[in-house]
Design a protein around this ligand. Structure first.
Ligand code: ACM
Length: 672
C-alpha cells in the first residue's frame, strides 16, 4: 500500500515539476516538494553574514520587487539575525568593489515548511538566489506562495554578456540601466558597452575633449554617468567591459583628431550604415602616443580587468592609398594588411597591458603570434572559436547571438557555444570557451524600441549560457519566455508597452484594433535584408510599422502549432475554432485597415501587404475546410491559391507575413 502511495506521489509530482519551473534560466537542479511557503504581509527576512551595504541594498530591492509582484505591502526594514524569518539569507564573503570574472556564482535555495533558506558563498550567489526566489512566487487559492523546493544552481559559463551599441543610435543612461535590471533577472553578468563607432564617439574624454565634443552630436556619457552605470551594474553583479573599436570603425574619432587617421580628411560623423574605410594610421607614432594617453584615461575610468579594442572589419583601403603606409609595410616585411593589423594589435596590446588590462577583440585580431592571455570574441562562427581554443586562446561566442538580425528565440537557443567542433577538443581546450554575448547592434533601434529587440529573446540566450547543455526543450523555453517577458516589463523594461505606444502613434486618433491585428502577424525582414530596402541613415525616423513590429510573432507561432495539429488529424474542437477564428479575423481585416493606411505616411507600402494577408487568410479558410473533410484541392483552385500564397510570401515595407508559411503547409497537404 505504501509503495502504491509513493508511486502515485511520484506521478503526481510531474506537474509539480512543471509548476515550479517557471524559472529562466533553468537551474542546475530543482527538487520540488509538495507544500507552499505563504507570502503575505507578515513576510520577513534575515541576513547572516558580514554587514555590507551592497547586500543590504540588494535585499531592499528584492523586497520592493516582491511587493510590486504581489501587491502586498511588505515591511522593508528587514530584521537581521531573526532566525524565524520567512527567508534566511547566509553568505560567506562580502562583495569586492566590482565583480570579477570567474567568481563563485553558485547558490542553494531551499523552501520548506520551516521557511526559506538561501545560501551562497558570494554576493553574486545571493543575487541569483533572490532572482530565483522571485520567479517561484505565484498566486494560489489562498493567496501568494512559493512552492517547497530544493534548488542547487550554478552557471555553465562564467561569461554571459549582452553587447549594447550606444553609437549607431544614442542610448541614454536610463536605457542602459533598465537593461542591466533585465540582465540581472536572467543572470547575465557582463555589459559589453560599444562606445565608439563611425557614427558616434560616446564617452567624455578629459584628455581629448574633441573626441566627444565633435564626434557625438552632443550625445555622450559624461564620466560621472559612466561611473554611475558601473556602480549600478556592480550592484547587480554585472561587470562593464568597454569597447573602443580600432583601427577601423573610427570615423567619429577623426572629426576632432584627423592626425591619427590614415587619410587626410577632413572627416564628418558618418550618417549611413555599413563598413567604412577610415582607419587609424598603424605606422605613425602619433597614433600610439594618442592611444597611450586615451587608453590610460579609459582604463582608469572602467574598473574591469578586460578592455575591448574591437578590431573588426578593417577594409584596408586607406592603408592601400597611403604611400607612407605602403613604404612602412615594405620596410617591415608586413606582406599584407592583415599583417599590418597584427602589428597594430601588438602595439595596442602593449598599451592595454601597461594600463593594467587584458585585451579582448573580435575574430579578426586572432593571430597565432599574439600572446595567449587575450580573449577572442567570435562573431563569424563557432569554427573561429574552436580554432582559437585549439591554439590556447580564450574565446567568447557571439555568432548566432546577434539580436539585430531579428531571428526567433528558438534559433538563438539552438546555438551551442560548445558545438561538435569544440567537443572534439581536449577538456583543457574546451575550458578556453568562457561563454558568450548577445549583441544589440543599433542601426535599426532607438531608445523607444531597443528593449523589444533585446527582450524577451535575450532570455533564451541567457539560458543557453547559464543552464546545462541538455536544457533544450524549445516548447518549454517559449512557455517560460512568455512568463519572463511579463516579469521583465514589471521590472521596467518597455518591450511590451512600446509596441502598443508605437502602434498608437501610427494610428493617430483612430483605434489601433485593425492595425494591431495586422501587426501581430508580421515581423521585420531577417538578417541584413533591412539595409537593402528603404535607404536609411542615423537621422531617419524609426516610426514605421517595421520599427514597432515584434521580432517574433507569438500569434504566428500559435497558428503554426494549430495548423500542424489540424494536418496531423489531432486538433481539438476548441483549437479548430481558434484556428478558424484567426483566419476569419485576418480575412476580414483588410477593409478595416485600408482607411487608416490611406493618406498615412507611416503606413507607406503597407496597403498591398494588408490585402495579401486577407487574401491568404481567405484561401486558408478554404484549405482548412478541405483538410478537415480529407478532401483534395480542385485543379482550378490550385493555381489561383498558389498565386495568392506566393504573393503573400514576398516581403513588403521590410515586413514579412509570418502566417503565410503555415497557410502554405495547408495547401501542400491537399494539393493533388
Ligand atoms: C561585427 O559584427 N563586425 C563585430
Amino acid at each position: 500500500m505504501k509503495n502504491i502511495i509513493s508511486l502515485c506521489f511520484l506521478v503526481a509530482c510531474l506537474p509539480l515539476i512543471a509548476v515550479s519551473q517557471n524559472i529562466m534560466p533553468v537551474p542546475s537542479s530543482v527538487q520540488p516538494g509538495s507544500g507552499y511557503l505563504r507570502i503575505d504581509s507578515s513576510f520577513s527576512l534575515s541576513i547572516h553574514g558580514k554587514k555590507n551595504q551592497r547586500i543590504e541594498a540588494a535585499v531592499l530591492r528584492f523586497l520592493k520587487r516582491l511587493s510590486s509582484q504581489t501587491g502586498i505591502l511588505l515591511r522593508i526594514d528587514g530584521g537581521r539575525y531573526n532566525a524565524a524569518a520567512s527567508l534566511v539569507i547566509r553568505y560567506d564573503t562580502t562583495p569586492d568593489s566590482f565583480p570579477r570574472l570567474s567568481e563563485d556564482e553558485s547558490y542553494s535555495l531551499h523552501i520548506a515548511e520551516s521557511g526559506a533558506r538561501l545560501d551562497a558563498k558570494t554576493f553574486a550567489g545571493v543575487l541569483y538566489g533572490l532572482e530565483t526566489f522571485l520567479q517561484l512566487v505565484e498566486v494560489g487559492a489562498d493567496g501568494f506562495r512559493a512552492r517547497h523546493v530544493e534548488i542547487e544552481d550554478q552557471p555553465r559559463f562564467p561569461w554571459r554578456g549582452l553587447l549594447i551599441d550606444a553609437c549607431r543610435h544614442w542610448m541614454p543612461v536610463e536605457v542602459i540601466k533598465r537593461n542591466l535590471d533585465g540582465m540581472a533577472m536572467v543572470k547575465m553578468n557582463v555589459l559589453h558597452w560599444h562606445l565608439s563607432e563611425d557614427q558616434g564617439f560616446r564617452v567624455e574624454s578629459k584628455k581629448f575633449p574633441k573626441l566627444h565634443e565633435l564626434g557625438s552630436d552632443g550625445n555622450y556619457y559624461t564620466q560621472r554617468e559612466i561611473r554611475e552605470v558601473i556602480t549600478y551594474a556592480a550592484d547587480r553583479g554585472i561587470r562593464v567591459v568597454p569597447e573602443f573599436d580600432m583601427p577601423g570603425h573610427t570615423t567619429a574619432w577623426f572629426v576632432g583628431h584627423p592626425e591619427i587617421a590614415s587619410g587626410p580628411g577632413p572627416y564628418q560623423i558618418e550618417r549611413k550604415w555599413g563598413v567604412f574605410d577610415p582607419s587609424m594610421d598603424p605606422t605613425s607614432e602619433t597614433t600610439y602616443k594618442f592611444l597611450d594617453t586615451f587608453i590610460g584615461e579609459m582604463a582608469a575610468l572602467f574598473p574591469d580587468e578586460y578592455f575591448h579594442i574591437g578590431g573588426d572589419e578593417v577594409t584596408g583601403k586607406q592603408w592601400d592609398a597611403n604611400p607612407q603606409i605602403q613604404e612602412f609595410k615594405r620596410k617591415n616585411n608586413l606582406n599584407d594588411n592583415h599583417a599590418l593589423q597584427v602589428y597594430f594589435n601588438r602595439r595596442v596590446l602593449a598599451i592595454v597591458k601597461k594600463h593594467g588590462k587584458k585585451m579582448i577583440g573580435w575574430d579578426e585580431i586572432f593571430h597565432p603570434d599574439l600572446p595567449k592571455d587575450i580573449i577572442v570574441q567570435s562573431w563569424r562562427g563557432q569554427k573561429f572559436l574552436a580554432e582559437g581554443a585549439k591554439q590556447g586562446y580564450q574565446g567568447l561566442l557571439s555568432f548566432g547571438y546577434y539580436l539585430d538580425l531579428i531571428r526567433p528565440a528558438s534559433y538563438h537557443y539552438s546555438i551551442e557555444p560548445a558545438d561538435s567542433t569544440i567537443k572534439s577538443l581536449s577538456s583543457d581546450q574546451q575550458k578556453k570557451i568562457l561563454g558568450g554575448e548577445s549583441c544589440m547592434w543599433a542601426e535599426y533601434v532607438t531608445p523607444e524600441n531597443v528593449d523589444s529587440r533585446i527582450w524577451p529573446r535575450n532570455a533564451a540566450i541567457a539560458e543557453r549560457l547559464w543552464s546545462v547543455a541538455t536544457t533544450n526543450d524549445v516548447d518549454d523555453m517559449y512557455r517560460r519566455l512568455e512568463i519572463t517577458g511579463k516579469r521583465l516589463e514589471l521590472l521596467g523594461l518597455t518591450h511590451r508597452t512600446s509596441y502598443i505606444q508605437m502602434l498608437e502613434r501610427i494610428a493617430g486618433v483612430q483605434s489601433i484594433e485593425p492595425l494591431k491585428t495586422f501587426a501581430d502577424v508580421v515581423e521585420p525582414v531577417k538578417g541584413y535584408e533591412r539595409g537593402r530596402t528603404r535607404p536609411h541613415t542615423s537621422l531617419t525616423p524609426m516610426n514605421r510599422l517595421v520599427d514597432a513590429a515584434r521580432p517574433e510573432s507569438d500569434v504566428a507561432r500559435r497558428f503554426a502549432r494549430l495548423v500542424e495539429e489540424l494536418i496531423a488529424g489531432r486538433i481539438s474542437n476548441d483549437d479548430k475554432t481558434l484556428l478558424v477564428g484567426f483566419l476569419k479575423s485576418w480575412s476580414d481585416n483588410d477593409p478595416k485597415l485600408q482607411p487608416m493606411i490611406a493618406g498615412n505616411q507611416l503606413l507607406d507600402g503597407i496597403g498591398p501587404l494588408s490585402k495579401d494577408l486577407s487574401d491568404a487568410a481567405a484561401v486558408g479558410l478554404r484549405l482548412v475546410e478541405i483538410v478537415s473533410s480529407s478532401g483534395k484541392l480542385a485543379n482550378e483552385d490550385a493555381i489561383s491559391f498558389k498565386q495568392v500564397i506566393e504573393r503573400a510570401e514576398k516581403p513588403r515595407a521590410a515586413l514579412l507575413l509570418m502566417v503565410v508559411p503555415s497557410i502554405k503547409k495547408l495547401y501542400t497537404a491537399v494539393v493533388q
